[in-house]
Design a protein around this ligand. Structure first.
Ligand code: SAM
Length: 260
């Protein structure tokens, strides 16, 4: 699938009405809900959302699809023509979308900058597996730790390629996202996110070496000294073996020692 910034938007339209109905059920929409939809396409999901919600904010990049959305004449749908990564999101209660997969990561972390109650989002299956992965598994990654920092995440169902037209090359999954206050006690969130980026790009290295290599990026003055202050038993493990709590604890210790 290609991304708009490379010339063409990802366009795989959901044509299986049973899957659309289940998405609507999972979202448990009330007449008071404002729903954000990212990549509304020609409005197959949008129409169903609009019939249940107070309001739908539909963001779409492709001008032909924007015109098609306007032609539906839905009074409670506000159409925003633009790139979901660039436009400001108005306030919303829930986000329900069959996402453009090439912006999955960026758009998910953009969503977490806003308060919302529930997300029911279609992702590429492999991406969804990484979102929910636990320590020690092959899918456990920076994405797992980052997403689980902000929310509880669950795969609700796997959706076959046949549910879309044109058919994508990969399977999809519907993911439920419930934002909650962070479960990790992190002193500095930005430092923590830089730290998990730095160590997971070296996921097969021992933590000790991964941290030493990351010293410049993390702006740690005397990294050998900082590493000596860290729990020894964790230094010989690999980043992919550490729980989010252990990573948060290490990040906090390095943050405190970075100018020593
Ligand atoms: N919601 C429709 C459906 O389920 O059939 C379309 C889903 S399709 C996977 C993704 C949609 O997102 C396409 O209509 C595409 O034009 C649009 N899109 C792609 N990149 C986008 C971006 N950066 N911002 C907003 N819309 C985008």
């Amino acid at each position: 699938m290609k991304h708009v910034r490379r010339g063409r938007p990802d366009q795989h339209f959901l044509i299986d009405s049973r899957v659309i109905e289940r998405i609507i059920d999972y979202a448990d929409i009330h007449k008071t809900d404002t729903i954000l939809e990212i990549g509304a396409g020609f409005g197959n999901l949008t129409q169903k959302l609009a019939s249940k919600a107070f309001k739908v904010i539909a963001i779409e990049f492709d001008p032909r699809l924007v015109e098609a959305l306007h032609n539906l004449g839905l009074p409670n749908v506000m159409i925003i023509h633009g790139d979901a990564l660039k436009v400001d999101f108005p306030e919303f209660d829930k986000v329900v979308s069959n996402l453009p997969y090439s912006i999955s990561s960026e758009v998910t972390f953009k969503l977490f900058k806003h308060p919302f109650k529930l997300g029911i989002l279609m992702y590429q299956y492999e991406f969804a597996q990484r979102m929910i992965a636990t320590p020690g598994t092959k899918d456990y990654s920076r994405l797992s730790v980052g997403v689980q920092y902000f929310a509880d995440v669950e795969v609700l169902e796997i959706v076959p390629r046949t549910a879309f037209r044109p058919r994508p090359e990969v399977r999809s999954a519907i993911v439920k996202i419930v934002p909650r206050p962070p479960s990790l006690d992190v002193v500095d969130k930005d430092f923590f996110f830089d730290f998990i980026l730095a160590v997971f790009t070296q996921r097969r290295k021992q933590m000790k070496n991964a941290i030493v290599n990351a010293a410049h990026m993390l702006n740690v003055k005397d990294v050998k000294k900082a590493v000596n202050l860290l729990p020894k038993e964790l230094m010989y493990k690999r980043p992919e073996q550490l729980s989010p709590e252990e990573l948060a604890n290490l990040s906090n210790l390095i943050y405190e020692a970075r100018y020593d």
